[in-house]
Design a protein around this ligand. Structure first.
Ligand code: ADP
Length: 510
């Protein structure tokens, strides 16, 4: 694809805890990779700075090489730190590897080190690397609470040293996680924690009498960044109206905006996807049927009639297959997911849940559900994280279910659509900005899925039942919808320009 280059070129450095596919837990990883790639194709210089997690598979990094060894500060000591350079999916990445225990362990999150202190260290180590190498980007783009200490360290420390040029953008992907922090922890990265215990800086507003001992990194990130972005226009409104950070956001309203996430159409492309047994696109849709059959056979769904060579296997092609690919956390509507499993089974559909729980109680609850259902022929509950399976499931699915209680943007519905899976979603946050109901006559031309509003089971049933009826009673129209949603442009090339506008509005003019 020929993408127009921007004339005024910037150097942008993302400082982030996640990057797809090598260190991805949820949507944050996808966003960093997708936005970075879109800005690169517009001609900008982009680097991603990422902790060198022990769990990163090195074979997924191209041209990995040690760049610099330098010292960065933690808790009164200078910690020898390596900076490596490499390419991930074509994007330049700088990996920061401290010589202490930080970022060791099997997973991106949940290691045995103190996570907050590790990310504060990482934030400072990124600035220290710029200081040591003399590299000064136009924009440092930080994400979430993990790197929210960086703007504070920048303005109150490194800006007094040698860093002059960079301006800061923070993207808030999820307001629920805010980086609760003590003064002492802030002291450990070399700041004077007591300075930040005021309402206009970083004190946690929920504590009685604004307990100066309780700080909030995300609030500091909002106050100290030049621009604040969240990931959809509807979530922007929701965050201004509710939640304890609303007052901080209202005070910073003039630098706060909502930009809908895109999807990385290089990574998510059913016409080229290496994980799929058959490729397809809106014009040549046959491959999607093969993906569905492949997944059904592989997982033993509809096993009573689905045997190779058995012409009855065509029957399973007529059974609606619903997928739900998600972190299993309260935000995602756990009770609605478990209810959907029952409801889909009762109504003769098939459903696959691909989910990972971080909480032991939730994990056990879903393990029990898996034990109950996985022997049958219509439900599979797969409790793991698998990038490969996720691609196959989106491709196989007739419908993708996203019943979130709240959802800042949501990528699953957009990825699902690109792979021809019709979204059935709760009308909240970014889901409300990307899915429009098939039965709402007022906007028939953009209708692309099924919505429900309540958080009760009845509301979900209503949307699922309408989707099932449409699928079964109007197969031709369903096919038209599938082709239509595959052609919707939810790509970053559509929205990256809005980030470039934000970057340009705050950059230091020469
Ligand atoms: P969130 O960022 O809250 O997790 P999003 O919908 O924005 O939600 O992004 C979720 C991303 O993570 C999607 O790319 C989705 O496919 C992926 N994902 C979630 N759970 C899993 C899993 N268990 N295995 C593979 N991919 C997953």
């Amino acid at each position: 694809v020929d993408i127009a280059k921007d004339s005024d070129l910037l150097h942008v450095v993302h400082v982030t805890a996640e990057m797809a596919p090598i260190a991805k837990v949820g949507g944050l990883g996808d966003v960093v990779t997708g936005l970075a790639r879109a800005c690169l194709s517009r001609g900008h210089k982009v680097d991603v700075m990422l902790p060198f997690y022990e769990c990163i598979q090195k074979q997924q990094i191209n041209d990995l090489a040690l760049l610099t060894t330098y010292n960065s500060f933690h808790d009164g000591n200078w910690v020898p730190t390596n900076a490596y350079r490499g390419l991930v999916s074509g994007i330049p990445v700088i990996f920061i590897e401290p010589s202490n225990q930080f970022f060791k362990g099997q997973y991106v999150y949940g290691g045995s080190y103190n996570e907050l202190e590790a990310y504060l260290f990482f934030s400072r180590a990124c600035l220290e690397w710029m200081q040591v190498t003399g590299i000064q980007p136009d924009i440092i783009h930080i994400h979430e609470w993990q790197t929210s200490g960086l703007p504070i360290l920048y303005w109150d420390m490194y800006h007094y040293l040698s860093l002059q040029k960079p301006r800061l953008v923070i993207t808030i992907h999820n307001m629920e996680h805010y980086g609760e922090c003590s003064q002492e922890q802030l002291n450990k990265c070399g700041l004077d924690g007591s300075i930040y215990a005021t309402v206009d800086k970083a004190v946690d507003d929920r504590t009685i009498g604004h307990n100066p001992e309780r700080l909030c990194l995300l609030k500091g990130g909002i106050v100290y960044s030049n621009a604040v972005v969240t990931v959809s226009p509807t979530y922007l409104q929701q965050t201004l109206c509710s939640g304890w950070l609303a007052s901080t956001l209202i005070q910073n309203r003039d630098k706060y905006c909502g930009i809908l996430n895109g999807i990385d159409t290089a990574m998510w492309n059913p016409a080229t996807d290496v994980f799929l047994p058959a490729k397809f696109n809106a014009q040549r849709i046959e491959g999607k049927k093969m993906c569905k059959l492949f997944v059904q056979r592989g997982l033993g769904l509809g096993s009573e009639y689905n045997r190779p060579g058995n012409i009855a296997s065509r029957i399973t092609d007529k059974v609606p297959l619903v997928v739900c690919i998600t972190r299993l956390v309260a935000q995602k509507g756990l009770h609605l997911i478990t209810h959907a499993i029952k409801h889909v089974e009762q109504h003769g559909g098939q459903m696959v849940v691909l989910g990972k729980a971080s909480d032991g109680r939730v994990e056990r609850e879903f393990e029990a559900l898996a034990d109950m259902h996985n022997q049958g022929s219509s439900i599979r509950i797969l409790l793991m994280y698998s990038e490969e399976l996720s691609h196959m499931l989106y491709a196989a699915a007739d419908m993708v279910l996203v019943p979130s209680i709240y959802e800042p943007c949501g990528l699953a519905q957009m990825i699902g659509m690109r792979y021809g899976a019709v979204p059935v979603v709760r009308k909240t946050g970014g889901l409300a900005d990307t899915v429009f109901d098939m039965d709402d006559q007022s906007h028939a031309e953009i209708a692309n899925g099924f919505l429900f509003e309540g958080i009760d089971e009845g509301s979900l049933n209503w949307a699922l039942d309408r989707a099932f009826s449409y699928y079964r009673e109007k197969p031709k129209e369903w096919g038209d919808v599938v082709r239509k949603i595959m052609e919707i442009d939810n790509s970053w090339s559509n929205t990256a320009g809005k980030y470039i506008d934000v970057y340009n509005s705050i950059r230091m003019k020469q």
